[in-house]
Ligand binder design. Structure first.
Ligand SMILES: *[C@@H]1O[C@H](CO)[C@@H](O)[C@H](O)[C@H]1NC(C)=O
Ligand SMILES: *[C@@H]1O[C@H](CO)[C@@H](O)[C@H](O)[C@H]1NC(C)=O
Length: 266
């Protein structure tokens, strides 16, 4: 497997070829919003009877094309290692938006077997070396590099906290954010002014708590991670609410008013 640096340099070399200097200033009338994430966002979700929330987001957007590039099973690490960030970045031009949301496949242990997607634990520049000698970076390192590929093309990057698992599975609904929420904030602070944070996990959890266990349990036909189409629509709606409440630059392309979307700003 290629090292992270190798992949990144290869990515940057490809971008240099793909992006003539004047492409950056050629703003399109209709920008594109690229969605990058895992099965909780992807078309087809996590299999039978489930759907990813990215499929429902376009219903709330106007004046922008939505391209769902989420891929089931991917993490911050494997999306970069497999070259997918490079592929998306090659299409991005100034004025576009890139929404990145990972976490469900980023946890786990690297001490025995490496599944190719677990990140090195940590919020900074820590590295881990697998038994096979692969050097693995942290979630903030991967997503900071990925986001900078996009901001270098003139895009605005939204780093979104991962969706919660079913917060009502014990019968009582409660949520406490995972470490990925704080990692997301670190990524935005690393990347700077052309990036912003949406606390999607918190907005979804709040809406679930307000809907109650009976409704929310029905959103999870197979497991506690992958939502039904109805659940995915609620999850998409809460991204919209979070983006509106955070006064995201993306709000210019949201057709709904803040007050019209379920939930309360946090
Ligand atoms: C943000 O984007 C603008 C326009 O593309 C660019 O001029 C500026 O350098 C970027 N800032 C950062 C911190 O990347
Ligand atoms: C926004 O409005 C559209 C109808 O114009 C609706 O389909 C969509 O579900 C609404 N989104 C939210 C988040 O309420």
């Amino acid at each position: 497997m290629k090292s992270f640096q190798g992949v990144l340099y290869a990515a940057l070399a490809t971008l240099a070829l793909a992006a003539p200097a004047d492409e950056k200033i050629a703003k399109r009338a209709t920008p594109t919003l690229y969605l990058i994430g895992d099965s909780t966002m992807a078309k087809g979700g996590g299999g039978t009877a489930t759907q990813g929330w990215g499929v429902y987001l376009p219903y709330s957007m106007t004046g922008i094309n939505v391209v769902n590039d989420a891929i089931a099973g991917r993490s911050a690490r494997s999306y970069i290692d497999e070259g997918h960030f490079t592929t998306v970045a090659a299409s991005v031009i100034a004025g576009d938006f890139v929404l990145i949301e990972f976490g469900h496949n980023d946890g786990g242990s690297l001490s025995t077997t490496d599944n190719g997607r677990t990140d090195c634990a940590g919020s900074g520049s820590e590295t881990c070396t697998t038994t096979a000698g692969v050097v693995v970076q942290t979630y903030p390192t991967y997503l900071t590099a990925a986001a900078k590929l996009m901001t270098a093309k003139g895009a605005h990057v939204i780093i979104s906290s991962p969706t919660p698992n079913n917060v009502c599975e014990s019968g009582t609904c409660s949520y406490s954010a995972s470490r990925f929420t704080s990692y997301c904030k670190i990524v935005v602070s690393n990347v700077g002014s052309n990036s912003s944070f949406v606390d999607h996990g918190q907005y979804v959890a709040n809406e679930y708590i307000s809907l109650g266990a009976t409704t929310v349990d029905a959103f999870y036909p197979n497991d506690h991670t992958h939502t039904s189409p109805k659940g995915a629509d609620v999850v998409a709606g809460q991204f919209v609410k979070g983006a509106l409440c955070a006064k995201s630059p993306l709000a210019a392309y949201i057709k709904n008013s803040t007050a019209s979307v379920a939930g309360t700003c946090v």
